[in-house]
Design a protein around this ligand. Structure first.
Ligand SMILES: [Zn+2]
Length: 215
């Protein structure tokens, strides 16, 4: 069983994905990283990707799918995969479904559900290390960086208007995809409001239940 992650910025999706990948020994697909890997290769695909990156254009769905297919084909057959940051639109979701079907891969979406207001609160109160730029959530109690000991400051790019725009855009694009998969009983919903530990516990429990049900 492969997994696809959905969650608004601030939902803790990135943190939880690490626990999930560790628990099930998942091979993680992350769009940005995959693009950088492909760009370094010497292939037709890498030349296309480099051109798109250099011109600053959005990577079209068909290229994203080629990159995912490349990833699927290179992953060990028995290993489950974790997709983060994909699909981003209904168009991508449909192409993604076809690709997974072609490769006989079953998947479930894990949706970290966090109300927009709570995401706003988290994002506007997080801090960043003034030196190494590590980001700390509002819940982090110390005033210094645990990596390098330098002072934490409020992020200057975290102004409410631009955060709200990002969150609105995310909801507009992603909620329809989640609804589509929910109709197919492919969504594992996790409440992202509690503490990191609680969310992890809840996520792993629900994933186990889903795996038992679908086996
Ligand atoms: Zn630091």
């Amino acid at each position: 069983m492969d997994f696809v992650l959905f969650g608004i910025q601030g939902s803790g999706k990135g943190t939880q994905s690490k626990f999930l990948a560790e628990k099930y020994n998942l091979s993680v697909f992350e769009t940005g990283a995959a693009l950088r890997v492909v760009a370094q290769e010497n292939s037709d695909l890498s030349r296309k990707v480099k051109e798109i990156i250099e011109t600053g254009h959005l990577v079209p769905t068909e290229i994203v799918m080629e990159i995912i297919e490349n990833f699927i084909e290179h992953a060990p057959k028995e290993q489950s995969l974790l997709f983060d940051g994909i699909p981003r639109s209904i168009e991508q979701a449909e192409a993604f479904d076809a690709l997974m079907k072609k490769h006989n891969r079953d998947f479930a979406g894990i949706y970290f559900n966090l109300p927009k207001e709570e995401a706003m609160r988290r994002l506007t109160t997080r801090r960043i290390c003034s030196k190494c730029k590590t980001v700390y959530p509002a819940a982090y109690a110390e005033n210094t960086c645990s990596n390098c000991g330098n002072e934490l400051v409020t992020r200057t790019d975290d102004n409410a208007a631009s955060i709200e725009n990002r969150l609105n855009a995310y909801n507009k694009e992603t909620i329809p995809i989640i609804k589509k998969y929910a109709k197919q009983n492919l969504i594992i919903e996790v409440d992202a409001k509690p503490s990191i530990e609680k969310v992890t516990e809840n996520m792993l429990e629900k994933v186990e239940m889903f795996l038992i049900k679908s086996s």
